[in-house]
Design a protein around this ligand. Structure first.
Ligand SMILES: Cc1cc2nc3c(=O)[nH]c(=O)nc-3n(C[C@H](O)[C@H](O)[C@H](O)COP(=O)(O)O)c2cc1C
Length: 324
């Protein structure tokens, strides 16, 4: 029912990728998503090389199905982590937050399937030229680091599809089967989902962070640090501090330092909801539970089916009434 270029290419049952998420997506989450028919990604952005190696080996123990690693290229251990990924022969890698030109040939030479995350059609073309196998078109609604151009998923996805010939995953604002159907209706080959999977039992974030995701409304996440490294966050004392510094004209280096001091870990992994960085997408307001991954995957597939059936039903009744 849901065969696309992505299911073929990645060897998965459903075209659903769990996006890499710093401090939230270790082996347990990635393996659970892969076990239930999607593609789980270990988030290397918050891991040193030894930790990443442990999670890759652990994921192999937990599932025989394909899984991958997300490697944000601007993070501290990116080069060493790239080495670990190649040594461990990880079959699928999603790079992000940086330029894929240097890393893609290295990964392709090692036999890896490579995707890169993009927020503009221009970067998508550069990714294709760099030799990636597919791109993730991530809209402005998405949790975590984000593009500067504020393109929404509904506009970005068809623009990226027109710009490249390789498979495209839609990301940003997708937490239900109906939203997934909308993305596939736009022509996407599949979806990448973040925030919904952060609020699951298998995610490694702190329980307080998961509860904050459940409490938040659709209006509670904000694209912050637009001049520096745009990132979509829940509002809290830390976010207000960064905004005040930005408004008072603090140099970019000062703002980067505020972010760099372990704030992601503090907020999402240690559960300090006031002083830490809390990354979440706009869909956070549609999430009101912390289920096991299995239930999320079932809900995606059932919701997708319902959405398609509803649209078909509407079309049929319109055609019937046209014949009267
Ligand atoms: C808590 C959190 C952490 C994230 N960390 C990363 C990351 O380390 N690397 C990355 O490429 N994207 C990261 N993202 C983005 C996700 O991989 C995904 O593309 C995005 O969440 C999709 O939008 P959604 O939140 O609306 O589902 C993160 C998102 C969240 C919510």
């Amino acid at each position: 029912m849901l065969n696309t270029r992505i299911t073929e290419l990645l060897g998965i049952q459903y075209p659903i990728v769990q996006g890499g998420m710093v401090w939230n997506s270790g082996a347990k989450l990635a393996a659970a998503v892969s076990e239930t028919g999607g593609l789980g990604l270990i988030g290397a952005g918050s891991m040193d090389p030894a930790t990443l190696r442990y999670h890759i080996q652990q994921a192999r123990r937990l599932t025989r199905r394909p899984f991958g690693v997300n490697l944000p290229l601007l993070y501290r251990h990116a080069d060493e982590n790239l080495k670990v990924i190649i040594e461990e022969r990880v079959p699928i890698v999603f790079t992000s937050a940086g330029n894929p030109k240097r890393t893609t040939p290295l990964l392709k030479d090692a036999g890896t399937t490579v995707f890169h995350v993009t927020a503009t059609p221009q970067l998508a073309q550069k990714c294709e030229q760099a030799g990636v196998d597919g791109v993730v078109a991530e809209g402005f609604e998405a949790g975590g680091h984000n593009g500067r151009d504020e393109l929404t998923t509904l506009v970005l996805v068809p623009a990226v599809i027109s710009a490249v010939s390789i498979p495209v995953l839609a990301a940003g604002g997708i937490a239900t089967g109906a939203q997934m159907a909308a993305a596939l209706a736009l022509g996407a080959d599949g979806v990448q989902v973040g925030t919904r999977f952060a609020a699951t039992q298998e995610a490694s974030g702190h329980e307080s962070f998961k509860q904050a995701l459940v409490q938040a409304k659709v209006v509670d996440s904000f694209l912050t640090i637009k001049k520096g490294v745009p990132v979509r966050l829940l509002d809290n004392r830390f976010r207000r501090m960064v905004m005040e510094a930005e408004a008072s004209g603090a140099p970019r280096t000062d703002i980067m330092e505020m972010l760099g001091s372990g704030r992601e870990r503090l907020g999402m992994f240690e559960g300090d909801l006031d002083n830490g960085e809390l990354e979440a997408g706009q869909v956070v307001g549609l999430i009101d539970d912390i289920p096991p991954v299995r239930d999320v995957m079932h809900a995606f597939v059932a919701g997708f089916r319902q959405a398609v059936a509803r649209l078909n039903g509407q079309l049929e009744s319109a055609e019937k009434s046209g014949k009267k």
